[in-house]
Design a protein around this ligand. Sequence first.
Ligand code: PXL
Length: 282
Amino acid sequence: MKRILTIQDISCFGKCSLTVALPLLSSMGVETVILPTAVLSTHTLFKGFTCKDLSDQLTPITDHWKQEGITFDAIYTGYLGTEEEIDTVIGIIEAFRNENTLVIVDPAMGDNGKLYPAFNEHYARKNASLCAIADISDPNLTEAAFMTGLPYREDYSESYIREMLLALAGIGTKTPILTGVSLSEGKTGAMGYDSENKTFFSYQNDRIPAAYHGTGDIFSSVLAGAFVLGLGRENAIRIAADFTAHTIAETLKDPADPWYGVNFETAIPSLLKSLQSLREPE
Ligand code: PXL
């Protein structure tokens, strides 16, 4: 069984970060080791959230794993709290990485042209230094713009997306993947760049006209699972984009209850079906 380490916070309520990554990766058949960076009552878009920082636990926990000889096929990082924490996480990646370890970084820090309340531009540049050591990173356009210094645009052409991907590869990520990319009217999905083969790749599905918090974490978790299972980049973005779209569709079935995340739970059977068909093509 493949083993992944995921490093991000626990937002107790709110369907994001570890409460999404753990069930999704486990259901994909990947042993999921967690390193919680903080425990919050809710994610940071709620007013008055509590936060217990666990930064001082990260090194003792990972030192213990080292003593026990624990290894990982992949390390996947999500929302992190502070610049110091990013430095600690870079150290952990360096300590556990070997030539076969896949490092997947979701520099979760903003959306819709704005950083989340806890962050500033300095933090965004620090996140770029984490993306620099990643095999795969999957920022949205907001995060990519803050990391590369390129302007954030809502109206764009494919050439803007290509320019952004080349800039992300310039930072150091081997395979940057931009999420929330619409390449034609009524469509949305992801586009990536493989800097080793110098090739672009993309996947688009129908845009569902609704936006929910936490979908970035859902996309990243499935993407990380697909990569560690060896599905390949084209299949990885496809299964992640299709599943994310399915979770939004599931949520729209329940209009009384939509504002704190998507109903990814009831979509899990479809994820397992897609996974099975990709692993055992007919
Ligand atoms: O979904 C990203 C995320 C994760 N963790 C925390 C957050 C957010 C986004 O707001 O606040 C604590």
